[in-house]
Structures are given as C-alpha cells and as structure tokens.
Design a protein around this ligand. Structure first.
Ligand SMILES: [Zn+2]
Length: 453
C-alpha cells in the first residue's frame, strides 16, 4: 500500500494552526495533500475518518523498554507494539537498561532492534553519567552521533551539582536537553508512598514532596546559570510546578512533563492497589493533584509522558501481597514485615496503552482543548527531542494517530501488548483511544476490527 486517504476527519494540528474537517492523503510515507474533497484514486486505501481525530503521531519522551537486560519485564519488540497500540509513533527509551545506555554500542543496538520491529520509532535516551553512577560523564558527542537526542540518568537523580554543570555545558552545545529525575534522596529516604495520611494508614515509610521540589530548586538555578535547556521529568507536587513557573519567568530554558497517573490519581490509590500504585515520584496528595491540573490548564506543564515502567510480578512482590489489596478490599494494616517488603517493591507502572485514554479525560472534562492535548502529546515532545515530527504539513513524514475520542472501553491488563501488567487502572472505564497508528505512512496498529466503532 503506497497511498492512504483519511476522509473527512478532524485534523488537529496546533503546530500548523489547523483544527477542522479535512481529507488527508498519505503517499510514499509522507503527507501529500490536505484539503476538502480530495478525489479518491484507485491505488489509495480509503479510511472514513468522520467523527475521528487525525493527530500528528503521539510522542512519548519517557519510556522504559528494559532492553537490553530485562526481557522478563519488556523487550524493544513488545514495548514498541504496546506503544503503537496506545497511538504512540515515537518513544524516547530511557537509559537504565543493562548494560546502561552510556556508550554508542547500546544506543545503536536499540535503534537496530527497533528497526526490526517496523513499528513505532525509538529515540535512545543516553545516560548522563557512566553506569548511572553519578561520578563520570558520558561522551556526549559520541552518544548524540549514535542517535541520542535526550540525556537522562532517570530512575536516579544526578546528585553532584558540578557533574550536572559540566553535563549541561556539553548538552547545550549539542542543542539537546537533559531530562532530570528530581529527588533529594536524603529527603525521600526511600519512602514507599507520599508522606502523609496514606503512608501512616499503611504503616509504610513516607516520601516527602520536598525531596522533589528542593532538588528542582537547585537544578533550575544551575540550569539558569548555565543558560542550558533542562527538562523536568514527572513533576508531581504543587511546589514543583510553582518553581518551574517562576524559573521560566526569569528566563530559564525549562520544560516539564507530567505522567497520566500523577494527574489521574492521588496517593489514596495506594490503599486500593498497593504495589501497583507504587512509583517514584509517588502519587501525591489531592492538593498536589489539583495544582497539577491547574498547571496543565495554564500551560506551565508542557507535555504528557507515560513513564512506562514495566515490571514482572516478582519485582512487584505480587505473591506476598496477594489478597491484601484490591478494589473490593478494605485497606490492609500491614505487618512490620509486610511494610518492609512494600518498601522493596520495584517502582513504576506500565503506561503506553492507557496514556492517551487517561489524557483524553482532561479534554472531556473541559480542562484543556483537543488542540492543547495534541500539543502536549506530540508537538511539544517533538520540540524537546528536536525531531521533525509533531505536525502534519504537506511534505512531512506521515506519522499520524487516528483517534476515536468517544470510544468507551475498559482497561483490561490481560489484553495489553506490553509484556507487563503492573497498572492501577485495571477495570477503569476510559473514553477515547487510538484507532490507527501510522508511522512513516505505514499502519503499525489497526484497531478497526478489534475495536467497535
Ligand atoms: Zn524518574
């Protein structure tokens, strides 16, 4: 198939200031025409896109694909298929693999494996420090040469301010940002859930909001002095967004992302979901969630990223907690042994296949427009990664997500294409999902048969 005609869809393309009903013709991997009543040619596959949205392909700047190193959690192959099913056409794959992506060989391995999948595109995220050990910086030029377009020790904070300063000198010369996992570990104290009533109720250790915001305060000042771009990963607290807003008004080149779980859930979800609601940073208080909503609405938060973090049941200690947590159960009183175990549960949840559905709730509730959603999930991430993506002008590479915004569905982890099932959204009703995911003109996910219209 060399041509695809999307008929009468709502093309939402904020980068080109377009939001209206159009036909869009894809030919030889590129957008070849946008207009009203584009004639149907013999060779083109025609898709009736009425009542559907035609968005530039979604880009997720924060994804853990666990490859190389952890095939029991995910592989590049399973992860990219999950991404395609979630409507995502490009993922930035984090560096905390085994071996760590701190040398060109690993970045090239990731790109080659992704090429074999013929699906969602992969951009490798290079580590900032070798082995993520925070002691020695990587060869930034060599990593960029190998294909890295973002740098991050995500999962571990960069503790040494001098190392961060030196890293920012190098990355800003290359024109790329460092994505910062912001955590002062002397304040987070390996806390299991947000410090407060939920931590007390479960008798588990608390992780304070200051652990995040104090480190953001430090790093924004370093970035401002270095005049270098930084990206703050997974912001979760009211103070964090206030600091980012203030630094931006002083001229800091700062962008930030929020995860769907940090705007959709508060820390009380840990009472229901236990290990599947444990992540770093943790789910926060209602007050924090409300501040996050306000910052999504006012534009302080630039983008949505899943922080897709697959784990197999063993890393989540699911057997030990069987029968203790669940939507039908009262929150348990954990024994001291259970509480110690809870602190050891691996952090993170899968997100590639629920991200769009959770984000669409922001539109359905009237918090943001559809165009702003597309900015947050496509145009802004493309800018961060310096990719010629995130828009649909004639001649652009045809990375497109066709979305049915009204399709109601239930999250069923057993149906995930990801290898892992760790989610606190099991059974959640969502409205809207990707119907077609198109990468460079090829349909890499087709939900037309499996998903009723
Ligand atoms: Zn992180």
């Amino acid at each position: 198939m060399t041509a695809l005609l999307l008929k009468s869809g709502r093309v939402i393309d904020p980068a080109c200031n377009r939001d209206g009903t159009f036909d869009l013709l894809v030919r030889d991997g590129r957008v070849s025409a946008i207009g009203r009543d584009i004639p149907v040619s013999k060779e083109a596959e025609v898709v009736d896109a009425s009542r559907l949205w035609i968005s530039p392909g979604l880009i997720d700047v924060h994804v853990h694909l666990r490859d190389p190193g952890f095939p029991e959690k995910e592989t590049i192959s399973t992860g990219l298929r999950a991404a395609a099913a979630g409507g995502i056409t490009t993922v930035a794959a984090m560096a905390n693999t085994s071996p760590v992506n701190d040398r060109p060989k690993i970045a090239r391995y990731m790109i080659e494996r992704a090429r074999d999948v013929h699906g969602t595109a992969l951009v490798p995220v290079s580590a900032v420090s070798k082995e993520l050990a925070g002691a020695e910086i990587v060869d930034f030029d060599a990593m960029a040469e190998a294909g890295a377009r973002l740098f991050s020790d995500d999962g571990i904070a960069v503790d040494d301010p001098n190392l961060l300063r030196r890293a920012l000198e190098r990355t800003s010369r290359l024109g790329f940002a460092i994505s910062l996992h912001e955590e002062d570990r002397s304040l987070s104290c390996n806390g299991a859930v947000n410090a407060g009533a939920v931590a007390r109720r479960l008798s588990v250790s608390g992780y304070s909001g200051e652990a995040e915001s104090e480190r953001i305060r430090r790093d924004l000042s370093i970035a401002l002095n270095a005049n270098a771009p930084v990206h703050i990963a997974h912001v979760s607290t009211a103070e964090s967004v206030a600091l980012i807003r203030a630094a931006r008004s002083e001229g800091a080149q700062v962008t930030c992302e929020v995860t769907p779980h940090h705007f959709a859930l508060d820390d009380s979800a840990a009472l229901t979901w236990g290990p599947n609601a444990k992540m770093n940073p943790p789910l926060r208080s209602r007050r924090d969630v409300e501040a996050i909503h306000a910052s999504i609405a006012d534009g302080t938060i630039d983008m949505i990223a899943s922080d897709h973090a697959p784990h197999e049941p063993r890393s989540k200690h699911m057997a030990e907690f069987a029968g203790l947590f669940g939507p039908e159960l009262a929150p348990p009183h954990l024994s001291p042994d259970d509480a110690a175990n809870f602190a050891r549960v691996a952090n993170g949840i899968v997100g590639l296949e629920t991200s769009l559905g959770l984000a669409l709730a922001l539109v359905h509730r009237g918090l943001i427009s559809a165009a702003r959603l597309v900015s947050m999930m496509s145009a802004s991430p493309a800018r961060l990664l310096k990719l010629a993506r995130g828009r649909l002008a004639v001649g652009d590479t045809a990375d497109i997500t066709v979305i049915n915004p009204d399709l109601e569905w239930t999250v069923e982890p057993d149906k995930f294409l990801s290898r892992s099932r760790n989610t606190p959204f099991s059974g959640t009703r969502l409205k809207g999902r990707a119907l077609l995911t198109i990468v460079a003109g090829e349909i890499v996910f087709d939900g037309r048969k499996s998903l009723a219209r």
